[in-house]
Design a protein around this ligand. Structure first.
Ligand code: PMP
Length: 307
């Protein structure tokens, strides 16, 4: 993997370094205890070169996640924005995945993060589809583990430690021959995928778990809801029962990496007609148009790299 990344530059605390030269000590706090805060952002090719999708919203979530953990933001949001744009630019990337990662840069033994130095790196790498079977739709398994809940950890923070909940449920699903997991909340309602929010379509209405479902409030989720409203599709945010997934006309995941991925089978039960449905198709097309700069009214969601 390291060789595949050779030639890429990474931004680390204000400096651009070769990917293979950007190193941290193996005892780094965030490696031991999962104390990293990160973002996942995409850029897409447009008529005017690469454009980063909803960069301000991702930076705001990064700042909020850090605030929740009392990690001091070493750089202003404007500086982070400049560094992210700069990282895409210096690597001459167009379609790519961008990973800012704030971490406790300390390798003393001990879990206290209080007052410790916080560093930030930004990596950007070429990236295609997250799910190999995205075009045809994927098969999911309801996880046997619940989604972490906010009595235990702040679910709205995009913190590395939360992702053990994602890793174990994804592994469980993959081991059982499925493509991905779907997690229920501690209260038994539908929450989300390990790295994706979830939507169902019923009678041409779009439904998605609300903020009481212990979800990460996804930027793609927000974009899909706004696009649906723009198209004239009614959107309802509420608690969703697991069985509403099985009986939905359509189900799809939404996330920066996953984009809009149709789910055609859950726990062996065929969803709708077992293929990508019409509402998913319309919304996927709208999303694709927006990220590629083809929808005038949503141009303010794009940050162009070459300006
Ligand atoms: N939920 C989880 C747990 C995630 O990791 C992600 C990916 N960041 C999402 C939802 C979707 O969020 P976004 O649309 O902001 O990528």
């Amino acid at each position: 993997m390291a060789n595949e990344r050779a030639g890429l530059k990474v931004w680390l605390d204000g400096k651009y370094l070769d990917y293979n030269e950007a190193r941290v000590p193996i005892l780094t706090h965030s490696l031991q205890y999962g104390s990293g805060i990160f973002e996942g952002i995409r850029a897409y090719e447009t008529d005017k070169g690469a454009a980063i999708f909803r960069l301000d919203e991702h930076i705001k979530r990064l700042a909020n996640s850090m605030k929740i953990y009392s990690m001091k933001l070493t750089y202003s949001e404007a500086q982070i924005k400049k560094a992210i744009v700069g990282t895409v630019k210096i690597n001459r990337l167009s379609s790519c995945y961008i990973r800012p990662f704030a971490f406790i840069n300390d390798d003393k033994i001990g879990l206290s993060a209080y007052g410790k130095r916080v560093s930030l790196y930004i990596a950007a790498v070429p990236f295609g589809k997250y799910f190999a079977g995205a075009a045809k739709g994927i098969r999911c398994k309801i996880a046997s583990w619940d989604r972490i809940n906010s009595n235990i950890l702040p679910v709205e923070a995009k913190a590395s430690g939360n992702y053990l909940n994602s890793v174990i449920t994804n592994t469980e699903a993959r081991m059982a021959g499925f493509d991905e997991a779907i997690l229920l909340s501690y209260d038994g309602y539908v929450a989300e995928g390990p790295g994706e929010n979830i939507f169902i379509v019923r009678d041409n209405k779009l439904l998605t778990p609300n903020n009481s479902s212990d979800i990460l409030l996804g930027v793609t989720r927000d974009s899909v809801m706004k696009l649906a409203e723009d198209i004239g599709i009614e959107v309802v945010e509420r608690l969703l029962h697991k069985e509403e997934l099985y009986t939905a006309d359509e189900v799809f995941f939404a996330g920066t990496a996953a984009e809009l991925t149709p789910i055609i089978n859950i726990d062996g039960i065929v969803i709708g007609k077992g293929k990508i449905g019409p509402v998913t198709k319309i919304l996927s097309q709208a999303y694709d148009d927006v990220v590629h700069g083809k929808k005038e009214e949503f141009m303010n969601w794009l940050t162009y790299v070459k300006v």
